[in-house]
Design a protein around this ligand. Structure first.
Ligand SMILES: [Zn+2]
Length: 110
């Protein structure tokens, strides 16, 4: 599904894009800012993404910060989350970072 979004075959509300990454709004936002950042290349989860190397994970995290800046939450605070596997609630098997902000976020998460 996220491969199809990266390819432009499924529409998404795009926030930022680079050659290798794409940021778009979550369809079911959990905070005023809730943006997903994905690598355009398919990797099942963040562990696979880290293993892939070539600076792709670095680029994804840099993009997550750029999203926070663009959304105006880089000063007030934001969270970057990679849910990995069933117990964490990873529902799409394509690595994606959630960028959450715009309200006080509880810790630990539920
Ligand atoms: Zn994919």
């Amino acid at each position: 599904m996220f491969c199809a979004i990266a390819a432009g075959q499924i529409p998404a509300t795009r926030v930022l894009e680079s050659d290798r990454t794409l940021a778009f709004r979550d369809l079911n936002p959990q905070a005023p800012t809730h943006v997903l950042v994905i690598p355009k290349e398919h990797h099942a989860d963040v562990a696979a993404l880290a293993k892939a190397g070539a600076g792709l994970l670095d680029e994804l995290l840099a993009q997550a910060h750029e999203v926070a800046r663009a959304e105006g939450v880089s000063e007030t605070g934001y969270r970057v989350v990679f849910n990995t596997g069933a117990d964490a609630g990873q529902t799409v098997p394509h690595a994606h970072a959630h960028v959450l902000g715009g309200r006080a976020l509880t810790w630990p998460p539920g």
